[in-house]
Structure formats: structure tokens, C-alpha cells
Design a protein around this ligand. Structure first.
Ligand code: SF4
Ligand code: SF4
Length: 368
């Protein structure tokens, strides 16, 4: 991605949370910027790529988030404050499940909104009923649909979905766009494309359809794939399709295709950080009410931060304590050797910012 492009997918935005970066240098963890909340383990699809964390999650079926915990969660987010800092946003996902299948989702979205929390909702888009569309576009800042393919055939190959998957997801996306227009909502509706062996040659067509539906963003990202699968992707075809889509369809401020490859090499190999500093920018809560230090290692027992089944207070109580710092330094970073997770890291680009501009001060902050 061009670092000069200003868009929601540019990691440089994290510099606005400089106080948190400074805190991390001093082992002082402020409340996270984003709390990822998984709400269900149910899904209508059976995607082969259902994220690396499935390695951990497949061992047990994830439950729905307890309704009482869902009801008390917005207040918890609002009241978690330290030295003027509090969580800013909540990203609601499914964790090997789809968030739209969570019965309490409408109330959760509304209550988070009225607690002053920005909401990102991520889904496969298949189960977006008219009521959910209303709630999603009315209360969320971002509604992202994981599409990952540009034709009905490729979509079926990627997602192992019901036969009407592609058509229904398209129809639901269009309904959301129309409802947003009717409400005058500022919710950004976006499609997300992972570059996958089963569908990479349909990227251009997917961008064309997305523009026709009237959504705001298409983000295209490499996937964390096993090496033998990665090799089956013709990178020249990917690059040609993305370049043509950008050239043919991009209208700044109206519809944009964004090619986000800064966590990968040009031949789509993931770049692993030498050290993870930035995990305290987020926390991830799985639908069994367990809180995890690293978003990408959710359900990996040594990184368990807190069990919140009785109360969210358990997360507040552990945040920034010796236990938390020990998990970051001794477990995740193996006592200074750095991580060995071999996972495509959500925090990689933030770690780079931290290393260059906070640890080493490559900006030379005091020189104007
Ligand atoms: S739609 Fe998402 S949660 Fe459902 S199987 Fe596919 S990747 Fe997993
Ligand atoms: S490198 Fe691995 S352990 Fe470290 S933050 Fe990233 S995914 Fe988590």
C-alpha cells in the first residue's frame, strides 16, 4: 500500500494513539484502542481458509456469548478508563462463526453506540436480514463483508456455502447500501477480498460487482496460506487484476479499491515481526468470555489473560499487571527472543511504527 494514501486501512493512523505507544515503552498499558469481541461460533459457511486460529478453535465448538455479558459489555467499555484513555472501538466478529447469527446482536450494536463506542461489524453477509441491515448501517462505523471471490462459482469454491450464497450476499449488500442511503448514514460498507488460490483470478470481476452495488471500499489482502497453496497463485495475474480494477473503478471519496500488502513480501509471503510490542493496542474476547492478549493467538492457552464469565471486571483487573506484561514479554516474545507463532500478524505494521519512531526516534521528534 502506498504509505501516502490516506484511508482507513493505512496503519500510520495508529500514531494518533502515541500516548499508548509511549506507555508501552514504560510497561504502562493504557486501555486498548480496539476490543475485538467474538459473539458466536455458528456459521452457515464452511470455508477452507477459516483462519489459522481454527487450529485452536476446532477442538471445541464455540458457544454464543452469554446474553447477560452482552448486555453489560457496553457499560464495561464505557467505564474502562485510565488517565483519560478508554477503549475507542469494538470490532464484532464471529471467531469461526458469523456475527449476524448472534441473537442479541441488534441490542449489542445499539447499546455500544449509545455508550460512545465506534463499531466495526465483520460478517460473511449471508444472514443480513432487513432488521439487521437497519441496525448495522445505523449504529456501525464500518460494515465489512468477507467476500473473497468475484463470481458465483468462485464464491462457492471458497466458502462451501449454500447454493444461493453469492446471490443472497449480493442482495443483502445492496439492501444495506440502500438503507444507508435512506437513513443518511455515514456507515462505510466494504467488501474484503483475501487473495486465495480458488478465486484470485476473479478479483477484477469482484471489484466491478462491488462498484455496481454502490459500496464504499474494496480491500484486497494476501491470505496466510500454507506454502504449497501460496505457490499455486499466479502473482502476475493478481497484480494485473488489481491494477486494472484500481485504474478502471477508483473514484476517490466514492468508491475505492485498496491493495493492502504491507504485511507481506511482493510474492505474498508473510513478514513476521522480530518482536511484538503492540499487542496491548487490542484485546480479543472469544464468545466463551475468555480474553486473549494477541488477536491472532486467541484460544492459545499460554496467552490467556482473563476469564470474564462471571464479570468483565476480570479483564480490567488483569490489564497492565505483571501477569499481562509477563504474557507479552515471556510467552509471546519468549523472554526477548521474539515470537515463534509463524502467524500473519495483525499488529506487524504497528510494531514497525513503534520500533522506528518510538524506540529509535527516526522522526527526530524534537526537530521541527
Ligand atoms: S464465513 Fe467466516 S466464520 Fe464462516 S466458515 Fe467462512 S471464514 Fe469461517
Ligand atoms: S507476531 Fe504472533 S504472537 Fe506476536 S502479535 Fe503477531 S500474531 Fe501475535
Amino acid at each position: 500500500m502506498d504509505a501516502n494514501q490516506i484511508n482507513p486501512f493505512n496503519h500510520i493512523k495508529a500514531l494518533s494513539f502515541a500516548k499508548r505507544f509511549d506507555g508501552i515503552i514504560n510497561d504502562h498499558y493504557y486501555p486498548p484502542v480496539v476490543v475485538n469481541l467474538d459473539v458466536t461460533g455458528k456459521c452457515q459457511y464452511a470455508c477452507g481458509h477459516c483462519h489459522h486460529r481454527s487450529k485452536q478453535i476446532k477442538l471445541h465448538q464455540m458457544p454464543d456469548l452469554d446474553p447477560t455479558l452482552a448486555r453489560t459489555f457496553p457499560h464495561f467499555m464505557k467505564s474502562w478508563e485510565e488517565d483519560g484513555e478508554h477503549p475507542v472501538a469494538c470490532c464484532i466478529v464471529g471467531s469461526k462463526g458469523d456475527a449476524l447469527l448472534y441473537p442479541q446482536l441488534p441490542d449489542l450494536l445499539r447499546n455500544l453506540h449509545f455508550a460512545g463506542i465506534d463499531i466495526g461489524l465483520v460478517s460473511n453477509g449471508y444472514g443480513l436480514t432487513p432488521k439487521l441491515a437497519d441496525y448495522a448501517v445505523h449504529y456501525c462505523k464500518f460494515y465489512g463483508v468477507s467476500v473473497d471471490a468475484g463470481t458465483a462459482e468462485a464464491y462457492k469454491r471458497v466458502h462451501n456455502c449454500p447454493n444461493d450464497g453469492w446471490l443472497q450476499m449480493n442482495k443483502n449488500t445492496m439492501d444495506a447500501v440502500l438503507r444507508a442511503e435512506e437513513m443518511g448514514s455515514s456507515c462505510d460498507i466494504g467488501w474484503k477480498f483475501l487473495i486465495l488460490p480458488q478465486s484470485y483470478d476473479t478479483l477484477y470481476e469482484g471489484c466491478r460487482v462491488a462498484k455496481e452495488l454502490g459500496i464504499r471500499w474494496v480491500q484486497i489482502r494476501p491470505a496466510d496460506l500454507p506454502e504449497d497453496e501460496r505457490r499455486t497463485i499466479d502473482i502476475n495475474v493478481v497484480n494485473e487484476q488489481v491494477a486494472r480494477a484500481v485504474s478502471d473503478f477508483n473514484e476517490p471519496g466514492i468508491f475505492e479499491v485498496v491493495n493492502i500488502k504491507n504485511k507481506f513480501t511482493p510474492d505474498l509471503k508473510k513478514i513476521l515481526p522480530a518482536y511484538c510490542y503492540m499487542t496491548p493496542l487490542t484485546v480479543t474476547i472469544t464468545s466463551d468470555a475468555l480474553a486473549w492478549a494477541c488477536v491472532d493467538r486467541r484460544c492459545d492457552a499460554p496467552t490467556l489473560l482473563a476469564d470474564c464469565k462471571k464479570s468483565w471486571q476480570a479483564l480490567k483487573d488483569v490489564w497492565g499487571t505483571d501477569k499481562h506484561i509477563r504474557i507479552v514479554k515471556d510467552v509471546i516474545n519468549r523472554g526477548g527472543q521474539g515470537p515463534d507463532c509463524n502467524i500473519r500478524c495483525s499488529s506487524y505494521c504497528y510494531d514497525e511504527l513503534f520500533r522506528l519512531f518510538f524506540l529509535r526516534d527516526n522522526f527526530d521528534r524534537t526537530l521541527i
